[in-house]
Design a protein around this ligand. Structure first.
Ligand code: SF4
Ligand code: SF4
Length: 359
């Protein structure tokens, strides 16, 4: 498909043109986290309008794009008790045509992990709140040139310049221009909208070199190939490592809420008088009540069992069920953990144990 060059200084014009073409544009934007002089700016993905500031291509966002496909909470339907009748009102599935602009390679790759769960073809399951949003969303991804110290995408089969899941991919070159690659028909539509800003065929050699240079900056390198066989060996389910891990973990759930691939949710009725909503909201396998039965029995009664589940979910369960890892190496769970629990430390420990047991 088509390749071209775009000036980085024209990203504002890209937002203008996409907005004029009736796309809702989502992009990373710096926002103050606190009031007053101690405030720090934090980058999160937000809806942007023409003229708004953005930080596309500048650093990593604290949170990913998950809330635009799988919101933190949303109603499934409204209900009202009218005498002996219950009247249900369905929610609209008519979502806006959306472009997510400047999404990093790990985050766009994570969409297939969510899609695997919410539209499980094998189980004949389709969560339309997710899939209808996905149908309306086009992903314009942006290679990383300065990976964070917590990033480890190259250890899970990705790279700072991966285009997996992208519709149109941009890579910033040393001369400040952007190399543009159209990957899908949805990406072709975006290219048509911004055509007046595109020129030439781009510099494929410089683009590839930029990817190599960025990958060399990643310092967390782990052998993830040994994870699956070690985790599949039931003898290791009771390994002392899990207890050690569990003693450190607070069960706060920050790692799951910041994780682009974590997808667990709960459903409750939120009532006011004789009416209310049935609401779906994010949950976390790190919470002690996550597996608590009404009887009082808890199938994961201690924190080490809960963290073991999360680790297994990323590197065993996803692979067993969907044939790919449930981790894209974004490093957010490392950056966000209040007790510095580092998933890559335990990846390294498993690799070490696997090597020792094989020799
Ligand atoms: S487990 Fe951690 S590194 Fe992996 S995708 Fe989730 S937040 Fe990112
Ligand atoms: S963020 Fe850290 S402390 Fe909190 S649940 Fe995750 S691993 Fe445990």
């Amino acid at each position: 498909m088509r390749t071209a060059t775009l000036q980085k200084s024209d990203l504002d014009r890209v937002i203008d043109l996409l907005s004029q073409a009736d796309y809702r544009v989502i992009a990373p934007q710096n926002q103050p986290r606190l009031e007053g002089p101690d405030s720090i700016d934090v980058a999160t993905f937000q809806e942007v309008q023409p003229g708004d500031s953005h930080n596309i291509g500048e650093g990593l966002s604290t949170t990913g794009i998950k809330p635009f496909l799988f919101p933190k909470d949303e109603p499934l339907f409204a209900y009202e008790n009218r005498g002996k009748k219950v009247v249900l009102t369905e929610v609209s599935l008519d979502f806006p045509k959306t472009v997510i602009l400047g999404v990093r390679p790990c985050d766009v790759a994570s969409v297939s992990s969510l899609d695997a769960v919410f539209s499980d073809k094998n189980a004949g399951f389709n969560d339309e709140l997710f899939t209808k949003r996905l149908e309306k969303t086009t992903f314009v991804s942006y290679s990383c040139t300065e990976p964070d110290v917590s990033c480890f995408c190259t250890s899970v089969g990705l790279a700072p310049d991966s285009d997996k899941g992208s519709d149109l991919h941009m890579t910033e070159l040393p001369d400040g221009t952007l190399h543009v690659e159209v990957k899908t028909e949805a990406g072709e539509k975006i290219a048509a909208v911004i055509d007046s800003l595109l020129s030439g065929e781009g510099d494929a050699v410089a683009r590839q070199q930029a990817g190599v240079v960025a990958a060399e900056k990643i310092t967390r390198l782990r052998d993830s190939a040994s994870l699956l066989p070690w985790l599949q060996d039931l003898n290791n389910f009771g390994d002392e490592m899990w207890q050690r891990l569990g003693e450190k973990c607070l069960g706060c759930g920050a790692c799951t809420f910041e994780c682009p691939t974590c997808h667990c949710f709960d459903i409750v009725d939120e009532n006011s008088g004789n009416k209310g909503y049935r609401v779906k909201f994010w949950d976390s396998c790190q919470f002690d009540h996550f597996t608590l039965h009404a009887s009082g029995h808890n199938t994961r009664n201690s924190q080490f069992e809960r963290y073991r589940n999360r680790f297994n979910c990323k590197f065993k369960i996803y692979e067993d069920v969907f044939g790919e890892k449930g981790c894209v190496g974004c490093g957010r769970c490392i950056r966000g953990c209040p007790v510095n629990l580092d998933i890559t430390e335990y990846m390294a420990e498993v690799a070490q144990k696997a090597t020792t047991s094989a020799s």
